[in-house]
Design a protein around this ligand. Structure first.
Ligand code: GAL
Length: 429
């Protein structure tokens, strides 16, 4: 099936990214490309708080330099895992679309393309000189019937564990290395933390962050082919591998904070620094928040691939398009120029924690985390994120969230596990 193949092919495409050092064949002028543009530019995203808002602000800064007559109107909504997409859908259905909106490359973007909500922006790839600057397989994820509908701003990794050094110390765990080579080894570490008095050592937030945790457990317990097979029908969601992974997920949830359902990822992550937790498993939008909070790798925190996933890169990418019926399409094009430009991708990704989607940006000026992530993207096996739309459509994502929420707010016993497995199988049937 389409996305499984594309994700597999991204492994090869990743070789192009990260190995680059300013040697692209096409370079962009930093002069404005869209001429005479002015007026409001309405952007919809879920980058509304903390470091993510800082990332958006960095793009806004590049826009202000390049297109000073365009007025940036930030119409975001919190929580990309659910409500932001619902708010967007309501706006679109009500005939009030923004000029451009954040959407994940892959199955999620295909939803909007199929619904006829995105303009074909292939011509802008020519106009902006983008045809050779992105991994081809990433562009394929944004293409339908030969037309390209969005432009990627970044590449994120989902399967990362973050740990507070002070909490590791308090728990009596290694303060040198936060990698655990299996979920069982991680569970043993969590038991050690509990025995040391940290009752809920694994911080999670609301449902979408729990689905995020679940996808990293599937990445650990299934190999690349089995994981990809979940989305092309070749791996049985009702099978024993998935059953074992779900049991691991259920066990991990017993180590998580009880107030989880009321919080987004950043306050959940901060529990590590309040001594209430030791770890969180979250995508690499975390380093932006850590940098913004002046936390130092090695001294304040450690990161590693999430348990059991060394050598695997859980891929997702944010992208933007031009909304059909958007009020100011010329300003929308200016935005796409900004987010795809070398200046825009540099300013944004340094703050955001992600790596540029462009393959011609020298990463020497990027933080150490992004340099390491780029190496992993180059060398690891690539699998697509469920929660962040690479391999799951919006409906599949919603059904997954509903099933997981029902499970984690319920008894989490064997009967509930069987129900969860059946509901997930139905979501991806
Ligand atoms: C993801 C998105 C990231 C980040 C994260 C947390 O879906 O791709 O850029 O915003 O949500 O909000």
């Amino acid at each position: 099936m389409r996305h499984g193949k594309i994700i597999a092919a991204l492994s090869a495409a990743a070789l192009a990214l990260a190995s680059l050092s300013g040697c692209g064949t096409e370079t962009k002028t930093e002069d404005p490309i869209i001429e005479g543009v002015s007026g409001d530019l309405e952007i919809f995203s879920w980058w509304v708080a903390g470091s993510e808002a800082n990332g958006l602000a960095a793009l806004q800064g590049v826009l202000a330099d390049k297109y000073p007559d365009v007025n940036f109107v930030n119409n975001g909504a919190a929580t990309g895992g659910g409500s932001a997409k619902d708010v967007l859908e309501t706006r679109m259905a009500g005939g009030n679309p923004p000029d451009s909106f954040q959407v994940h490359a892959g199955a999620e973007a295909q939803d909007y393309i199929s619904a006829g909500q995105l303009e074909d922006v292939s011509a802008l790839y020519d106009e902006f000189g983008l045809n050779n600057v992105f991994p081809k397989d990433l562009v394929d994820m944004l293409t339908q019937d030969g037309k390209i509908y969005t432009i990627p701003s970044n590449v994120h990794r989902s399967n990362v564990i973050w740990a507070s050094v002070a909490s590791l110390e308090a728990a009596g765990l290694s303060t040198e290395d936060a990698y655990y080579d299996s979920i069982d080894a991680f569970i043993a570490a969590l038991d050690t933390a509990v025995a040391a008095g940290i009752e809920k050592p694994l911080a999670v937030g609301a449902t979408w962050t729990q689905v995020h945790l679940l996808e990293t457990v599937l990445m650990a317990d299934l190999d690349q082919a089995q994981y990809n097979g979940l989305f092309d029908g070749t791996t049985d969601w009702n099978g024993d591998e998935v059953k074992a992974a779900l049991a691991h997920f259920a066990k991990l949830m017993t180590y998580t904070n009880v107030d989880r359902d009321s919080m987004d990822w950043e306050p959940a992550m901060n529990k590590m620094f309040e001594g209430a937790a030791v770890f969180t498993i979250m995508g690499d939008w975390v380093p932006g928040a850590l940098d913004a909070g002046n936390k130092v790798e090695g001294t304040d925190y450690l990161w590693a691939p999430s348990p059991g996933t060394k050598g695997t890169y859980g891929f997702l990418a944010d992208s933007f398009g031009l909304t059909v019926g958007g009020p100011n399409p010329e300003a929308g094009k200016a935005w796409l120029d900004v987010i795809s430009s070398a200046d825009g991708q540099t300013a944004f990704n340094i703050v955001k924690g992600s790596i540029p989607a462009r393959t011609d940006i020298d990463l020497a000026t990027f933080p150490a985390y992004q340099q390491a992530a780029a190496e992993s993207f180059k060398n690891d096996k690539i699998v697509g994120s469920i929660q962040h739309g690479a391999v799951a459509t919006i409906k599949q994502g919603n059904d997954t969230g509903d099933a997981v929420s029902k499970f984690t707010t319920g008894a989490m016993d064997d009967a509930a596990l069987a129900t969860l497995q059946g509901e997930l199988a139905a979501a991806y049937a």
